[in-house]
Design a protein around this ligand. Structure first.
Ligand code: SDX
Length: 436
């Protein structure tokens, strides 16, 4: 960042001393006011629950223009990456800052491929869960447990450890998600196959059985690879901020990513894809398109606590570019599978059309986000609804680890420790119990 010519001057109505604060400019997006010295100079904190106006860090990885509906990974528009690259090229870009040439792509792919197996002991963690455990409960446990197996790469301050931990996490997430799925359906785990692509290998570990050859569908493989690209990173969202804060204590990368998995599970965040599909099922069960009006009425009724899942975003006040690409992928996959008349897809498009013409949504700049269509295409691929957020976590792992490594790689980073506005009891003395 570079200091900008103008400064911010804080003045106080109670006659307190004015305070001058530096303003910094990034390469894109809003300038920032540096308040790091504010407490020392004024004895006051800033107050911003939900971080509506707070930049928690500087980063060079992902940039979102919420008004334009633009998403860049290291400067490349998501639309170009989703059509011209595959997920592992995108991983290389997010981790190292550049798209790989053919030689680098080959060696990076080989490196990831050679780390897709997990320690055989991992399967015994799964046995502790009920068969109907939610896959995100299993993933939160398994990802954290990885730290028990890789003592040679848990020193987050060692760049070599950081790099091998990143490769291990990117490589093993598909294996773990597939194991979580196989456990819930009572089928044997399938080992990774090194001759398959990253997405093809995931499909194989998910849907193959030891009883017969499994053929990876190129259409589903490409669709899944694109889903991974669209979910790979997204600035300082809740789970990425969780990973940064958790990692700032110097804990190992596996534990920090497990914290990200736990945060992503929430329905306001990555859990929205599962919630959006269940919402469509509920509307369909209630009567389908004819019941959309009634549902929208419920959403507008504040007391109903019903939200249009897959709609709205803290940053996008325009159409989420990923939702557009996801809708296109939906059309392609459903068309290829002869499901172009899929009632749920038609219901989703009807719901979107009605919402985008309704003043309630228009006035609040609520548009479909990445989660609105992702469930429909994952369902068409055969992924069960409870696994949608685990697939999101699989794809977001590269973003989490790239952001974590960027923070730890900055020699000035400090442990994150926010303060508070205290509104509890002032100091008082404990009375003997007889007098309480
Ligand atoms: C992801 O941050 C990221 O980048 C996240 C993500 C990523 O890639 O990491 O993009 C992934 O999490 C996408 C978001 C998935 N969540 C959902 O689809 C759940 C439904 N959406 C909402 O919960 C909400 O839109 C949020 C949480 C996404 C954003 O919430 P904000 O920014 O805190 O906005 P808000 O709740 O203050 O909403 C502003 C107004 C409110 O109404 P009023 O109080 O002004 O009357 O809009 C309303 C909200 O009630 N509103 C909605 C709504 N979202 C917001 N009303 C109905 N349905 C919705 N979905």
């Amino acid at each position: 960042m570079k200091a900008s010519e103008n400064k911010a001057t804080l003045s106080f109505s109670n006659g307190g001393q004015n305070v001058e604060l530096p303003i910094y400019k990034g390469t894109l997006g809003p300038d920032v006011i540096d308040i790091r010295k504010l407490y020392a100079q004024t004895g006051m904190f800033t107050y911003d629950p939900g971080f509506m106006s707070t930049a928690s860090c500087e980063s060079a990885i992902t940039y979102i223009d919420g008004d334009k509906g633009e998403l860049l990974y290291r400067g490349y528009p998501i639309e170009q990456l989703a059509t011209n690259c595959d997920f592992l090229e995108t991983c290389h870009l997010l981790l190292y800052g550049e798209l790989p040439d053919q030689g680098k792509k080959t060696s990076f792919t080989k490196l990831v491929t050679n780390h897709t197996m997990v320690n055989e002991q991992m399967q015994f963690f799964l046995r502790g869960f009920r068969r109907d455990a939610h896959p995100m409960a299993i993933m939160t446990g398994l990802v954290g447990a990885l730290s028990a197996f890789y003592h040679d790469s848990t020193d987050i301050n060692n760049p070599k450890h950081r790099e091998i931990a990143a490769i291990r996490l990117i490589a093993k997430m598909p294996t773990l998600v597939a194991m979580a799925y196989k456990y819930t359906v009572g089928q044997p785990y399938m080992y990774p196959k090194n001759d398959l692509s990253y997405a093809g290998n995931f499909l194989h570990m998910m849907f193959a059985t030891p009883c017969e050859e499994y053929k990876v569908s190129p259409v589903l493989e490409r669709a899944l690879d694109r889903i991974f690209i669209l979910h790979a990173d997204h600035e300082q969202n809740a789970s990425t901020s969780t990973v940064r804060l958790c990692g700032s204590s110097g804990t190992n990368p596996f534990a920090a990513i497990a914290a990200g998995v736990a945060c992503l599970w929430g329905p306001a965040h990555g859990g929205a894809n599962e919630a959006a599909l269940n919402m469509l099922y509920d509307i369909q069960k209630a009567g389908g398109v004819d019941k959309i009006g009634e549902f929208i009425k419920q959403v507008k009724d504040k007391n109903s606590n019903v939200k249009l899942m897959g709609f709205g975003h803290r940053v996008y006040k325009n159409y989420d570019p990923r939702a557009k690409l996801m809708q296109e992928t939906c059309k392609e996959v459903l068309g290829e599978l002869g499901l172009e008349n899929d009632p749920l897809f038609k219901l989703a498009m009807a719901l979107e059309k009605i919402a985008l013409e309704d003043e309630y949504f228009v006035s609040r700049k609520l548009y479909p986000n990445v989660d609105f269509y992702s469930g429909i295409v994952q369902r068409a691929i055969g992924i069960p609804v409870p696994l949608f957020t685990a697939v999101f976590a699989l794809a977001r792992t590269v973003g989490w680890i790239a952001q974590l490594n960027e923070m730890i790689g900055d020699p000035d980073y400090k442990i994150g420790r926010p303060r508070q506005l205290f509104e509890g009891s002032v100091k008082r003395d404990v009375k003997p119990i007889a007098q309480r």
